[in-house]
Design a protein around this ligand. Structure first.
Ligand SMILES: Cc1ncc(COP(=O)(O)O)c(C=O)c1O
Length: 367
């Protein structure tokens, strides 16, 4: 596997994803393939260079609020879910606070909590449990120093959404203990009409983060947000005065236009994902001799386990010879797994899966 620059702050995974994940057949990508300018019916009138953005651009906060059933006061805009997660954590935790974080996890979440001086305690999401969460495990781990619980739903790397009843139970446990819950919902909207309401509706101690990146292909806009209680939102905005301070007006005005065209973007996403998930379902069921997996009905990622290898690194390396990339499980602290993403163009998914099939065969026969 390629050398990753040594870093002592930041995320090793993110450094790898930015500089080493790309390939002609990119099955390492976790979100819908990025839009071209022509995918959005925009005009120059949609762009504002400067404007009133001290506390977030009001029309954007209103558009986000309308989409997720909250008021603009509940919305803090941020640079992508990345900054939304960091800002939410920085708002809530002090050095030495305990933060419960799922395992496996999207590495920047873990890195951010550690950077903020939190004592990180892990709870499990196991494939044997369908990658769900056991609320009782969370209850047992909470101490008087626990400040925050962090969950992704749908989960990166497995693509599995936490069942609404389980999330509600976690919310109750957290409320009783005076603990906040941060739910990263960046993959939620690809559940389309089956998406549960945003977790923010579970109570004032729940925060939800997301963006236009993964489900809509608009990573370049960096339009992210935190949905939360207005008191927490105000604290986050004041803290943001020492980070980004104000939003980017061209970006936020274009994001307002993107919200107007969200049904169009969702239709694009669906048309890309649906054939691909059929391909991946067929691929996985044809490889049950060597792969164990949980495949949700709707997802863009899956996290299979290699039945007879302890490390997916060699599989990754072999695939590189056929211009195909996957994410080695080591980036998710589970070496015998790998993350397979399939929201790129269908012919590329088809070709990439063909190469994956050949590489799995080669590894199992040693030829
Ligand atoms: C769980 C999770 N949160 C956040 C992000 C970052 O998203 P954004 O582009 O909105 O910053 C990712 C990207 O992979 C992710 O998987």
């Amino acid at each position: 596997m390629s050398e990753v620059v040594r870093i002592n702050k930041g995320s090793v995974y993110m450094a790898w994803a930015k500089h080493h994940a790309g390939a002609r057949y990119n099955l390492a990508n976790s979100g819908i393939i990025g839009c071209e300018t022509a995918d959005l019916p925009l005009s120059l009138d949609d762009v504002m260079v400067n404007g009133p953005n001290h506390e977030g651009y009001q029309p954007l906060k209103e558009a986000i609020g309308r989409q997720y059933g909250v008021s603009a006061d509940n919305v803090v805009t941020a640079q992508g879910t990345s900054m939304a997660n960091f800002l939410a954590m920085a708002t809530l935790i002090e050095p030495g606070d305990e933060v419960l974080i799922e395992q496996p996890v999207y590495d920047p979440i873990l890195a951010a909590a550690r950077y903020l001086g939190a004592e990180v305690v892990r709870f499990s999401r196991r494939m044997a449990d369908g990658w769900q969460i056991d609320p009782e495990e969370i209850r047992r781990l909470i101490t008087s120093r626990t400040r925050l619980i962090v969950i992704s739903s749908p989960h990166n790397p497995s693509g599995v959404a936490v069942e609404p009843a389980i999330l509600a139970r976690i919310g109750e446990i957290a409320a009783a203990a005076g603990v906040f819950v941060l739910v990263d919902e960046v993959y939620r909207d690809i559940l389309f009409e089956d998406a549960p309401p945003s977790a923010v509706h579970l109570g004032p101690h729940i925060l939800a983060t997301s963006s236009l990146t993964k489900s809509y292909g608009l990573s370049g806009l960096r339009c992210g947000w935190i949905l939360c209680d207005p008191v927490v939102a105000e604290r986050a905005r004041r803290l943001n005065d020492i980070f980004g301070s104000v939003g980017s007006m061209p970006s936020d005005s274009l994001a307002v236009a993107a919200f107007r065209h969200l049904p169009l973007l969702a239709a694009r996403t669906r048309s890309i994902i649906e054939p691909n998930i059929r391909l991946v379902r067929g691929f996985l069921s044809a490889h049950e001799d060597c792969l164990e997996y949980v495949l949700p009905a709707r997802t863009m990622i899956v996290f299979p386990r290699l039945k007879s290898q302890s490390d997916s690194g060699p599989l990754h390396d072999l695939l590189r010879c056929s211009e195909t990339s996957i994410v080695p499980g080591s980036f998710f602290e589970m070496r015998d797994h790998f993350r397979l993403g399939f929201a790129v163009r269908t012919p590329d998914v088809e070709a990439g899966l063909g190469h994956l099939s050949a590489a799995l065969r080669q590894l199992s026969t040693g030829q």
